[in-house]
Design a protein around this ligand. Sequence first.
Ligand SMILES: Nc1ncnc2c1ncn2[C@@H]1O[C@H](COP(=O)(O)OP(=O)(O)OP(=O)(O)O)[C@@H](O)[C@H]1O
Ligand SMILES: [Mg+2]
Length: 422
Amino acid sequence: MVLDNKLLEDVFNNFLEGPKIFKNRDAIRPDYIPQYLPHREEQIIRIGHILAPVLRGFRGSNLFIYGKTGTGKTAVVKHVLEHLLHKSREVNSPIFISYVNCRISGTNYRILADLGADLGIKIPFTGLATNEVYSRFKTSLDLQKILMIVVLDEIDTLVKDHGDSILYELTRINELLKHSRLSIVGISNDIMFKEFLDPRVLSSLSEEEVIFRPYMAPEIRDILLDRTKITFYDDVLSEGALNICSALAASEHGDARRALSLLRVAGELVEREGSAKILEVHIRQAQKKIEHDRVTMILRTLTPHSRLVLCGMFLIKKAKISTSITGDVYEVYTELCGEIGFEPLTQRRVSSLISELDIMGVFNARLVSLGRYGRTKKIRLSLTNSTIIAAYSEDPWLKNLLKFKPKCLLSKMMNKNAAKTR
Ligand SMILES: Nc1ncnc2c1ncn2[C@@H]1O[C@H](COP(=O)(O)OP(=O)(O)OP(=O)(O)O)[C@@H](O)[C@H]1O
Ligand SMILES: [Mg+2]
């Protein structure tokens, strides 16, 4: 115990005595919205033009915004709306803004309840019919005589999971209101989601459209440079680190969030090692750490059956059996289920779990033709065995199953060895 305290004392002292790195830690967190958003002037002005009519009491056009992740959609919309709200107070316009993140709110019910809560109506967490929540929201909205702007961020997640019924209602609501008006700003990083929308909803929602294209390396560099000034003390960030960070983020679909998190993690690494400057090597280390954390997070959130499928693939790789098609994985998976008393899922269901693992980047699956026997998936594990062992070191079942020797694999291995000696 005494030793622990001494070690901790050293950690704190080293931190206090080490060079100062961060001037403002909040300024590099993902939800921080800076005063200036370089290279988004065009989008800021366009969105400003589209929403400005509300300042004179007209309903703003509905607006649909899309662009890949980390291209500044949320930051820009919040920035414009903050200024709009400010202006509306100056000119006494009855504007009311409500922002909802559809991924976090989750369901139609919760989204309506959150919008209602912003208007001051209390809606129980569950228990009412969604229609009833909608109706209370509509009544309250009309009573308040306001111009409401509703931002539905990450709108694709809502539509994919719960359809577009709430969007249909919200885009038609003005026909039923006497004293208030509502306009919608929908934001998505998935353009394909439009295909999930009823054509009527799509045409109302995208009365106006603004596209955010990915940033290029010099643009990300400018964004980082601006943010560096408020985040770090002078001279903390080296030129080399700034350049490599911009280049890495630009090569991955021009994602400013990615660039900022590389910089934040690199800053923390430097601070912990007691150095004074962020160098290229720290950005590379940060990249590895972020990737490692991402993979570990994915592995730890897998469902029990996906874990078993993954474990099966791990054992196949360990046994050095080169062909691993859906059938092979299923065979090992079923044996693992038997080992821990789980009822196995059907092969079809396991095949879709394999596709999910493929999308997440845990597997690399490709369809191969078996001639007249149809097609199957040839699967490879994209992660190292040590990553998987480390991620599941605390999982009581998995950590043992990863050492298991399935009978079906033993016979395959024996066949392979026999073929070699022949
Ligand atoms: N032009 C910019 N200037 C300064 N910071 C920016 C700019 N663009 C994006 N950022 C910052 O990058 C991060 C990601 O931006 P934002 O959250 O707006 O992305 P997004 O397009 O909404 O992504 P997603 O689709 O994943 O939600 C935020 O921390 C934001 O402050
Ligand atoms: Mg966003």
